[in-house]
Design a protein around this ligand. Structure first.
Ligand code: FAD
Length: 498
């Protein structure tokens, strides 16, 4: 029996990955999850007999998961069926303005040329070059680093120091920088949208976030059975490596003895001791006292004004007409600046906001087929004030009207039936993910310093670690997985040194 014991709080992606990494290196791991299933934000809901993804839908950076499975002595392909998407996403501004991005870059260049002209196609190529260069600079120096710091990054940028840092564009906003590549405002909108993948506004996020475009260009994968199966697969791998996963177990306190984490207390009053604890909940839950007074000083507090985006989401089983839906579809609002101003400056639902639809039963093979009632997931970005604002039925109804009229403007008619529709508001996200206000990606990445302000894996309390999309290196499924690896690596290094 391994002698070292660790507890992981939360079966989100970061929590599961950290548990797998520890268990496969001989640590005895118990994982407590307050929900009844794994996945956290990667959740699934039911409408009648249908199961629908209600969280992430875009799977990228599969190599991170290949590595995680391989490191635990398994093969990803034995747990999960993935298929590369040929068309990454379909974008619409009106009934007559549509643009697809393809996995094959040459096809995207041609599509952009047809859509906005030869200069735009050249702009796309220069944009891709810059996004690639940023990704390559940051991959080793920042994303994989356990304790990122500005000085460390400058050092690792090599002999060029600050000069090398300037190349990753931390000081320009993404929106500004996109203007150097694209004159067409629609393309600026399309590529600016990548900042929302980590819950930020393209007008305030650093141009560094272009790297997300590079990641997506390297491949988007469709998961057989839905994204939630990724969490199910990770939970199976964890159990196969000996992790004891206990669902419906709410951790209410981190036990601290002699200044270090010594275990957890559960809602049923039971105390469980361990050599180290990894928290996969949002770090704000620690600083705001959800894990007891002793843990409040473990991380810095995040002011509500610095929170990332929340969302209004609708899961539907409905018939659609008039628009050839793919798996991933984006319907743009006309005034992008007003959309983000509404959310971040006025903290209100956008008067007209960009809508993402994941058509869960569609891909490039059946985009024009009539499917009858099909499974949809719609998402509108929203302010993270679910802890102070109720988002009542009247507000939801008004918002829904605006969302579906924007879709109609773009040619998509959805025949809705309230009995086959499930809405999730920022207030509901706040209840699912305590102390967040419904923020889904931790702190917003606004301004050049924001990436360095994310909590790293080690907290200020020895033996207490963090994993998840609200910590370094950032939000999103692959980054949350990476944070799980970093948390496990920090914990193992500290155990070895003591
Ligand atoms: C609607 C939506 C769409 C998204 N779209 C994408 C996308 O397309 N692609 C992408 O890559 N990313 C996307 N994301 C982001 C991505 O889902 C997250 O970054 C990632 O899943 C977060 O994982 P995590 O490790 O932070 O854990 P979380 O998902 O935050 O899970 C934390 C877990 O900890 C548990 N927990 C918390 N407190 C306690 C406690 N006290 N006791 C016990 N358990 C506790 C929670 O119940 C939860 O299960 C999306 C997110 C949402 C919500």
């Amino acid at each position: 029996m391994p002698t070292e014991k660790a507890i992981v709080v939360g079966a989100g992606i970061g929590g599961l990955v950290s548990a797998i990494q520890l268990a496969s290196r001989g640590v005895q791991v118990r994982l407590f999850e307050r929900a009844g299933t794994p996945g956290g934000k990667m959740r699934e809901v039911r409408i009648g007999e249908h199961r629908l993804d209600a969280g992430p839908t875009v799977f990228t950076m599969r190599w991170i998961f290949d590595d995680i499975f391989a490191e635990a002595g398994a093969r990803l392909d034995d747990y999960l069926q993935l298929r590369p998407a040929e068309i990454i996403a379909r974008h619409a501004w009106s009934e007559h303005e549509r643009l697809d991005l393809f996995a094959d870059q040459a096809r995207t260049v041609a599509a952009i040329g047809d859509f906005a002209g030869a200069a735009a196609a050249r702009g796309y190529q220069s944009f891709c070059e810059q996004a690639r260069a940023i990704y390559e600079t940051l991959d080793e120096t920042f994303i994989r680093s356990t304790q990122p710091s500005l000085l460390g990054l400058i050092g690792r940028c090599g002999v060029r120091g600050f000069g090398g840092l300037r190349d990753i564009k931390p000081y320009d906003s993404l929106w500004q920088s996109l203007g150097e590549h694209f004159k067409d405002q629609r393309l600026r909108q399309l590529f600016g949208r990548y900042s929302t993948y980590c819950g930020s506004s393209p007008f305030q996020a650093p141009a560094t976030l272009m790297l997300i475009a590079h990641v997506e260009r390297q491949g988007v994968w469709l998961v057989e059975g839905g994204m939630h199966q990724t969490a199910v697969a990770l939970a199976r791998l964890a159990q196969a490596n000996g992790v004891g996963i206990e669902y419906n177990m709410d951790v209410t306190e981190i036990l601290i003895e002699y200044g270090r984490a010594a275990g957890v207390r559960l809602a049923n009053g039971e105390s469980i001791r361990a050599d180290a604890v990894i928290v996969n909940g949002d770090p704000s839950a620690l600083s705001s006292g959800h894990f007891g007074k002793g843990a409040t000083k473990s991380v810095a507090r995040v002011s509500p004004k610095d929170r990332s985006l929340s969302a209004m989401t609708w899961n539907l089983v409905a018939e659609t007409h008039g628009f050839p839906l793919l798996r991933h579809n984006i319907f743009f609002a006309r005034d992008y600046a007003a959309e983000f101003d509404d959310i971040f400056r006025h903290a209100r639902l956008p008067r007209e906001g960009t809508v993402y639809i994941c058509a869960l039963d569609r891909d490039e093979r059946n985009q024009t087929a009539s499917l009858g009632a099909e499974r949809l997931f719609c998402l509108l970005n929203a302010p993270a004030r679910g802890d102070t604002h109720p988002f009542d039925a009247a507000e939801i109804e008004q918002c829904e009207q605006r969302v579906f009229s924007l879709l109609e403007r773009c040619g998509l008619k959805v025949t809705r039936n309230p009995e086959h529709s499930l809405v999730t508001t920022p207030a509901m996200f706040d209840r699912l993910f305590p102390a967040t206000g419904g923020a889904l990606y931790g702190q917003a990445t606004h301004g050049w310093k924001a990436s360095f302000n994310r909590p790293a894996s080690r907290t200020r309390i020895p033996g207490l670690y963090l994993a998840g999309g609200a910590t370094h290196p950032g939000a999103g499924v692959p980054m949350a997985a990476m944070s799980g690896r970093l948390a496990a690596a920090s914990l193992l290094a500290d155990l070895a040194s003591t």
